[in-house]
Design a protein around this ligand. Structure first.
Ligand code: IMP
Length: 430
C-alpha cells in the first residue's frame, strides 16, 4: 500500500494533470482535496485533448475510483458539464467510479457574481481571480454559512440557508456593486435538481479512504493550483483561497498524517503565472514569446495568456520544504529546445544582501534583484526521447543542476504533452 501526493511547486499549471494520469496506472483511488473549477488540468491521450476542472485527472482510467474530497468547493453545473462531455467519449461516470463528499461546499451563483465584481473593483490591485466564485465560497465556509453538497438534498435547510445568505449578498451586489440581486426561489429550485442528480454519488470519503488503506490499496492525491498560490504560504494576497500544500490532503479528505508515503513536486522547466502578483523571474523579451508560444501558455480555465519566465530555484526549494517533497517531476523540458541560453535564478539580492530562501515578505520579493546562472541550450528535438541518457548533453546538465540545487531526485521528465512523451525514472508506488 502507498499513498502518493502530487503537488505543484510554482504558481499552478505545472502539468499535474498529465502526471496524475500516468501515476493513476498504479493507483486504486484518485482524490482531489482542495480548490474547485479554478483548476484546469489538461491531458492529451491518444491524440485527444481533455481538460478537467473538477474531476480528478485519473478519471480516464475506467477501473479506478475517483473521489472529490470535503476540502473542495464544487460547482455542480461544471461537474455536470464534465460528466456529460466524458459520456460522449465513452466514459460513463456512475457512482461506482465517482464519489463526492457530503461536506464539500457548493459554489452558488452569487459567489461567482461577487468574485467578478469585487476583483474588478480593486482596480490595479486586483488579484486576477479566475472569476469562478472560489474565494467567496470558501469565505462562506469559514463564516459557517456555506452550503454543502448534503444540503442540496434537504429542501427546508437549503431554502433557509439561501434566503439567509442572499440577504447579505444582495445588499453587497446591489448596494455596493450596483449589480443585479438574486431571487432565492429559482436558486433553491435549481440547486435542488443538482441534489437529486448527485445524491447517488455522495459518500463518506474519509471512511472510504481509511478502509482502502486498511485493505492495502494505493492512493493518489491530486493537488490543484500550486505551492505559491497557497493561502498561508503563497504570495499573499495574490493567492487562491485554499491551502494548496501536501499537508492539506489530511484535512481535505479526513485522513491522518502517518498515511502519506511519498510527495511528488511538479515543476515546469521554466516558470509561469496567471493573474496578478509578484513573479521575480518574469521575462518581457523574445524568450518570453518563445515560452508562451511553444509552451501554449494560455490558461486552460480562463484562456488568459500566462506570464512566462525562467526557473526559480528559491520557489522550488520553498516548495520542497513546505510540502516535504520526496521526488521532483520536471515538465515541458521540450519547450526550452531552441533557446541559445537558459537561465536559472539561484539567489535574490536585496539591499546589498544575498537571499537564498524565498522571502516571506512581498516587498522583498518585488524589490529584489535576481541572480542567475546561465547554461547553454540545445537544438535537437527531444519529444521522442524516452531515456535520460538519450537527451542532448546540455539538457542532461540542466536537469543535473536542478537536482543538485534543490537536493531532490528527479523521478520523471515530461518531453511533450502526450501520455507517452515521458521519461520515467522512478515509480513512487513501487
Ligand atoms: P481564484 O483561485 O480564482 O480565487 O484566483 C486566485 C489566483 O489564483 C489568481 O491569480 C488565479 O489566476 C490563480 N489561480 C487559481 N487557480 C489556478 C490554477 O489552477 N492555475 C494557475 N493559477 C490559478
Amino acid at each position: 500500500m502507498s499513498s502518493v501526493v502530487v503537488i505543484g511547486t510554482q504558481w499552478g499549471d505545472e502539468g499535474k494533470g498529465k502526471v496524475v494520469d500516468i501515476y493513476t496506472e498504479d493507483a486504486d483511488y484518485i482524490t482531489r482535496f482542495q480548490g474547485g473549477n479554478n483548476a484546469g488540468h489538461t491531458l492529451i491521450v491518444d491524440g485527444k485533448k481533455y481538460i478537467f476542472h473538477l474531476l480528478p485527472s485519473g478519471i480516464l482510467h475506467k477501473t479506478k475510483r475517483c473521489l472529490i474530497g470535503n476540502g473542495l468547493v464544487v460547482n455542480p453545473k461544471v461537474l455536470i458539464q464534465e460528466i456529460e462531455a466524458l459520456a460522449k467519449s465513452g466514459h460513463d461516470l456512475t457512482p461506482e467510479r465517482l464519489g463526492i463528499s457530503p461536506n464539500a461546499h457548493v459554489i452558488m451563483p452569487y459567489h461567482e457574481a461577487i468574485d467578478i465584481v469585487r476583483d474588478e473593483a480593486k482596480g490595479n490591485k486586483k488579484i486576477g481571480t479566475t472569476g469562478r466564485g472560489i474565494g467567496p465560497c470558501y469565505e462562506d465556509k469559514v463564516k459557517r454559512t456555506g452550503i454543502r453538497m448534503q444540503d442540496l438534498m434537504d429542501k427546508d435547510l437549503l431554502t433557509e440557508k439561501v434566503e439567509f445568505n442572499l440577504k447579505e449578498k444582495n445588499f453587497l451586489l446591489k448596494g455596493m456593486y450596483n449589480t443585479e440581486p438574486f431571487d432565492p426561489e429559482p436558486v433553491v429550485n435549481e440547486y435542488l435538481t443538482y441534489g437529486e442528480r448527485f445524491s447517488g454519488f455522495i459518500t463518506n470519503i474519509s471512511l472510504e479512504l481509511n478502509h482502502a488503506i486498511a485493505e492495502g490499496k494505493n492512493l493518489l492525491f491530486e493537488g490543484a493550483q500550486g505551492t505559491h498560490l497557497d493561502i498561508d504560504h503563497g504570495t499573499y494576497p495574490f493567492v487562491t483561497s485554499s491551502n494548496t500544500l501536501a499537508g492539506n490532503v489530511l484535512a481535505g479528505v479526513g485522513m491522518g498524517p502517518s498515511n502519506i508515503d511519498f510527495v511528488i513536486g511538479i515543476a515546469k522547466a521554466y516558470t509561469t503565472r496567471v493573474g496578478g502578483g509578484p513573479f521575480p523571474t518574469e521575462l518581457f523579451d523574445e524568450t518570453s514569446v518563445h515560452l508562451q508560444k511553444k509552451g501554449a501558455e494560455f490558461g486552460s480555465t480562463t484562456g488568459r495568456p500566462r506570464r512566462c519566465g525562467w526557473l526559480d530555484i528559491l520557489t522550488l526549494k520553498n516548495a520542497k520544504r513546505l510540502n516535504g517533497i520526496s521526488g521532483l517531476v520536471i515538465t515541458k523540458l521540450d519547450v526550452l529546445t531552441g533557446l541559445k541560453t537558459i537561465k536559472i535564478a539561484t539567489a535574490y539580492k536585496y539591499k546589498g544582501g544575498i537571499i537564498d530562501e524565498m522571502p516571506t515578505t512581498l516587498k522583498v520579493i518585488e524589490e529584489s534583484e535576481i541572480i542567475y546562472e546561465e547554461f547553454p541550450g540545445w537544438d535537437d528535438d527531444i519529444t521522442g526521447v524516452r531515456n535520460l541518457s538519450d537527451l542532448p548533453v546540455n539538457a542532461r546538465k540542466y536537469l543535473d543542476k536542478i537536482e543538485e540545487l534543490i537536493n531532490c531526485p528527479i523521478t520523471m521528465v515530461s518531453v511533450g504533452p502526450g501520455r507517452e512523451e515521458t521519461i520515467i525514472l522512478t515509480n513512487p508506488f513501487a
